[in-house]
Design a protein around this ligand. Sequence first.
Ligand SMILES: [Zn+2]
Length: 91
Amino acid sequence: MAVIIGSTVRCPYPNCDHTGDVITNNHCRTAHKMERKELFGRYGKPQGVKFDSLASSKNLAGHVPAPNVNIGYPSDSIDAKDRRTARRRGR
Ligand SMILES: [Zn+2]
């Protein structure tokens, strides 16, 4: 009985980190509410994952990129006008 190393595939569904020897129809139905054929047609065939990338994806699990924060202040706010006034006075 031959064991094929590197046969692990990852579900092509975005942000789905489900991996396995095969993406089962059952997974597609229960996790994504669609048939496997439909999921593969929409998101592509599952890609094989190496051990390292699998590990790194697990490391990244739960790591959510921070939302874009507007660090600038609105230029039409009272505060901004005060700052511009202060800068003008400073010259
Ligand atoms: Zn999935």
